[in-house]
Ligand binder design. Structure first.
Ligand code: FAD
Length: 491
């Protein structure tokens, strides 16, 4: 251990107490295990602050001794690198113990949460206190964070998580703490969070997919509870993908559809359903609101999709359904589910019973993700699908694909590649395939809305104009480059 690292670690230990600083080499090495199967980066320590007040001093210490930090919320960024920093030599800062729900306001429908607050914790609190609001949940573990997912610009089943963002509290790389929008202005309690932009440049965007600060709290939107939510599940053959895309685009444009739709291919669905045969594509979306509005909208969607040849079911919160449909319905009702985690654990043929579902990084399951973002139009979707299918076929990989229209203009694709991390040839083929997917899709003009810590360098080397502006911001807000070097940034 070099002298600077030793001094920084001593200072952090003095600040946090010895129980809150991990330096044991064996424990640190174990932190390098990651579901993506990327080569572990050496970390010098892991810090476990217990109060957001400790973050400025952690940052000052990092600056003073020139030892970078890599903050994470719950560290479950599976598929993109988990809690692995892009570069070696960082101290990890686990924010899991900063788990206070500071405030919930159902009239203005927001919650102020710290980074360690999990989606289960917030959803349970809304349920237990009988509050008329629900959380926009993701399909990841119930014990994954709200803040980390939002900062990574993840996706919930209601809408994109970043659209839930209504204000941030951030410790910059200078050690200075700021709050964005009206929150930072001394506005009265009823005038802080009702208008996210505040006055002047809109700062929140600077801190998502960013290494300019450590976020210590976020104001997140809650969805007002509705009288009725109808979950619409539909299945269709591969020949209908183009028609489905165009039909869904029309339903969004008309305002009938307002929430995200997910459409899973059979490989993706097999990780969820466990059946030997499944329809080629299975889609799910929901409509919520007054009962009369919901009935009409669900009918319209069912009849439009049915006319194209899809088989459609509309499920109410009161219907008796099998566990698969119940899981799909739960996420649309704001209840986190373990169904998707179970599916991934079972992808190599093993069981998910009796194991800790959150220990994906320590399991044999390998998972890589490629995330292009496309216009909601049939032609580009078919072109991207063709590139994905040919590339995967070349590498004898079967892609698990989700096509998720988010509004009338756009859709995100989630291409998952599963592999056995204990089989070196399989792992090498999966990594090569994912790199090639990024290259070929990029070459064909497609772009990505999230990227893992290894394929990021490929993108950083191409889109130079934007990244050079990011470098200027980095120099101003984190002059010593001590926060998450290389994550969504050249420095
Ligand atoms: C079965 C399965 C289903 C999934 N479904 C979904 C899904 O539906 N939607 C989805 O979006 N993802 C999904 N994922 C991917 C992933 O698990 C989630 O995105 C998860 O929420 C990310 O982990 P986290 O919340 O612990 O974030 P973290 O890993 O804590 O954070 C992500 C990154 O953000 C940065 N960061 C985090 N917190 C801070 C902070 N306070 N300050 C500064 N920087 C910070 C760090 O760089 C960190 O690496 C799924 C994964 C699996 C295995």
């Amino acid at each position: 251990v070099n002298e600077r690292v030793q001094q920084a670690t001593d200072a952090w230990t003095q600040l946090l107490g010895p129980k809150s600083v991990t330096t044991d080499p064996e424990l640190l090495a174990a932190l390098g295990a990651n579901a993506t199967g990327f080569a572990p980066r050496a970390v010098v320590a892991e810090l476990h602050p217990t109060s957001t007040d400790q973050i400025p001093a952690i940052v000052h210490t990092a600056r003073r001794y020139g030892v970078p930090i890599y903050p994470y919320s719950t560290g479950r960024n599976w598929g993109l690198g988990s809690r692995l920093p892009p570069r070696p030599g960082c101290a990890l800062v686990s924010l899991r113990r900063l788990d206070r729900i500071r405030e919930i306001d159902v009239r203005q429908h927001y919650a102020i949460v710290e980074p360690g607050v999990t989606q289960e914790q917030l959803a349970d609190r809304l349920r237990d206190d009988l509050l008329p609001a629900v959380l926009n949940v993701t399909g990841s573990s119930p014990r994954s964070s709200v803040v980390g997912n939002l900062l990574e610009r993840g996706t919930g089943f209601h809408n994109h998580r970043v659209d839930d963002l209504r204000g941030l509290e951030v410790v910059l790389g200078t050690g200075e703490k700021i709050r964005t929008g009206f929150w930072g202005t001394g506005a009265g309690p009823r005038s802080r969070h009702h208008y996210r932009q505040g006055l002047g440049p809109y700062l929140d965007g600077l801190f998502t997919q960013s290494n300019l600060g450590v976020v210590t709290a976020a104001v997140v939107n809650l969805v007002p509870a509705q009288e009725e939510t109808s979950t619409i599940v539909f299945s269709f053959t591969g020949t209908l993908v183009a028609e489905m895309i165009e039909e869904l685009a029309e339903l969004y444009r008309e305002g009938v559809l307002r929430q995200i739709t997910h459409m899973f291919n059979d490989k993706r669905l097999l990780t969820l359903r466990g059946a030997s045969t499944v329809p080629t594509w299975t889609g799910v979306t929901a409509v919520s609101g007054r009962r009369d509005f919901t009935a009409l909208a669900a009918d319209l969607i069912a009849s439009h999709l049915g006319r194209l040849g899809a088989s459609v079911s509309v499920i109410s919160p009161r219907d008796e359904v099998d566990p698969f449909l119940a899981g799909l319905r739960d996420v649309h009702l704001g209840r986190p589910t373990e169904m998707f985690m179970r599916g991934v654990h079972e992808v190599l043929g093993g069981t998910s019973e009796g194991i800790d579902l959150d220990e994906l990084d320590a399991s044999p399951v390998g998972m890589l993700v490629c995330n292009p973002f496309l216009p909601l139009e049939a032609a580009p979707v078919l072109e991207a699908m063709d590139i994905i299918e040919r590339t995967c076929e070349d590498r004898t990989v079967v892609p698990a694909i989700a096509i998720n229209p988010v509004d009338g203009n756009a859709l995100e694709m989630v291409v998952n590649i599963y592999f056995d991390r204990t089989a070196p040839h399989e792992a090498a083929a999966a990594h090569a395939c994912n790199a090639l997917l990024h290259e070929r899709l990029y070459g064909a003009g497609f772009r990505f809305y999230r990227v893992d810590i290894e394929n990021m360098s490929f993108l950083l080397s191409r889109e130079t104009a934007g990244w050079s502006v990011v470098s200027k911001l980095k120099a101003a807000l984190d002059p010593d480059g001590i926060i998450s070097p290389g994550r969504y940034s050249m420095s």
